[in-house]
Design a protein around this ligand. Structure first.
Ligand code: TYM
Length: 326
C-alpha cells in the first residue's frame, strides 16, 4: 500500500482553509493509503510562541483533526516533537541542503521580510519538513498549494542524498486537490485564508459559532455584477465562495453555476453559510467530547510508538551510510 503523510502547524486557529486544503483531503485518502498525520509543533517555534497558548493549541488541533473525520484506526496520529529522531534526521539533511535552495523558498522570503529579526529556524524549517516526510518513505504528501515548493525541496534533497550515499529515501510527490486548492480570505480574496490573519472577519475558524460564521459569509467581499460565475481573475470573491461550496457539497463548479443561475448573491451566500454551519457544528460537538475524555492520549501514545520505531531505523541507516559509526 502506498503511503501518505501530512502535518499542520499549531499556530493561530484552524480555519476552513485548513479543513478544505488539508484535513478533508486526508479524510478522503485515508481509505486508499497507509496514512500518517501529525501536529507540526516544532514548526510552530520558528516564530515566538507563548508556551501555555501553544500547549492548548496542540490539544485543540488534535481534537479537531479527529472531530473532522480523521479516523485514528486508519491514521497514525502523533506529535512531531515527541519523536526526537526527526530533528536528528533533519540535521543530517541540512548538511545535504544548499543555503541558496533554502533561502529561495517563497515563504522564507515573505516571512523574513516581515520581521527585522527572525530566527535561523525560519530558514531551515523546510529541511525539518523534508525530515518529517522522508523518514517514513512517504509516496504522496497532500498539501495546499502554498506548501508545494517545500515538498519539492524535500524531493530535491532526497534525490541528492540517494545519489551521494546510495538508495535511502523514497522520492515523495505533493498531492494538491483540484478544488479548495487555496481558500482565500473572505474580506481580501487576493490572499489565502490564514490561521495567523489579524482581521478575523475574513477567516472562518473551525470553532467559530453559528452566528459569526453566517455574519462572515454574508459580509464576504464580492463584486458589482449579479452573476454566480467562476472567474478567479475578475471575480475572486465569488470564485472563492464557489470553491468553498464545491468542496463542502462535492458539486462541480459547473453544477454550482447552473444551480444559482439568475439568483442574487444574497441567496448564494445564504446557501454557503448553511453548508458551512451544517459541516462545522457536528465537528464542534465531537471536538468537545474528545477534549473531555482520555481518548486523545491513547491515540497519541500508539502513534508515537510506531513513528519512533520507523524514524529510528531510518536514522541508523543514514548515519551508517554517512560514516557516523564507531
Ligand atoms: P500549515 O500549518 O501552514 O498548513 C497546513 C495545511 O493546510 C494547507 N492550507 C491551506 N489550504 C488551502 N487553503 C488555505 N487557505 C490554506 N491554508 C493552509 C497548507 O498547504 C497545509 O497543507 N509546513 C507545513 C506543515 C508541515 C507539513 C510537514 C506538511 C510540516 N511538516 C510535512 C506536510 C508534510 C505548514 O506550515 O502548514
Amino acid at each position: 500500500m502506498k503511503k501518505i503523510l501530512t502535518g499542520l502547524k499549531p499556530t493561530g486557529e484552524l480555519t476552513l482553509g485548513n479543513y478544505i486544503g488539508a484535513i478533508k483531503q486526508m479524510q478522503k485518502l485515508q481509505d486508499q493509503y497507509e496514512s500518517y498525520l501529525f501536529v507540526a509543533d516544532l514548526h510552530a517555534l520558528t516564530v515566538p510562541q507563548d508556551p501555555n497558548e501553544l500547549r492548548r493549541r496542540i490539544k485543540d488541533f488534535l481534537a479537531l483533526y479527529i472531530a473532522c473525520g480523521i479516523d485514528p484506526k486508519k491514521n497514525m496520529i502523533y506529535l512531531q516533537s515527541e519523536n526526537e529522531y526527526i530533528p536528528a534526521i533533519s540535521w543530517l539533511l541540512e548538511c545535504s541542503t544548499y543555503y541558496g535552495e533554502a533561502s529561495r523558498m517563497i515563504q522564507f522570503k515573505e516571512k523574513s521580510k516581515q520581521h527585522k529579526n527572525f530566527s535561523v529556524g525560519l530558514l531551515t524549517y523546510p529541511v525539518l519538513m523534508a525530515a518529517d516526510i522522508l523518514y517514513a518513505d512517504i509516496d504522496f504528501v497532500p498539501v495546499g498549494i502554498d506548501q508545494k515548493q517545500h515538498v519539492e525541496l524535500a524531493r530535491d534533497i532526497a534525490i541528492r542524498f540517494n545519489k551521494v550515499y546510495g538508495d535511502t529515501f523514497v522520492i515523495p510527490e505533493p498531492l494538491i486537490s483540484e478544488v479548495g486548492i487555496k481558500i482565500k480570505d473572505l474580506k481580501d480574496p487576493s490572499k489565502k485564508m490564514s490561521k495567523s490573519e489579524e482581521n478575523p472577519n475574513g477567516v472562518i475558524a473551525l470553532l467559530d459559532d453559528e452566528k459569526s460564521i453566517r455574519k462572515k459569509i454574508m459580509g464576504a467581499t464580492t463584486d458589482s455584477e449579479m452573476n454566480v460565475h467562476f472567474d478567479e481573475v475578475n471575480k475572486p470573491g465569488i470564485s472563492n465562495l464557489m470553491n468553498i461550496y464545491s468542496a463542502l457539497s462535492n458539486k462541480t463548479i459547473e453544477e454550482i453555476e447552473k444551480e444559482f443561475e439568475g439568483q442574487n448573491y444574497g441567496t448564494f451566500k445564504k446557501k454557503i453559510a448553511d453548508i458551512v454551519v451544517e459541516t462545522l457544528i457536528p465537528i464542534q460537538e465531537r471536538y468537545h467530547e474528545l477534549l473531555n475524555s482520555d481518548e486523545l492520549d491513547l491515540i497519541l501514545d500508539e502513534g508515537i510508538t510506531k513513528s519512533k520505531e520507523i524514524a529510528k531505523n531510518k536514522y541508523i541507516e543514514m548515519k551508517k551510510k554517512m560514516g557516523l559509526e564507531r
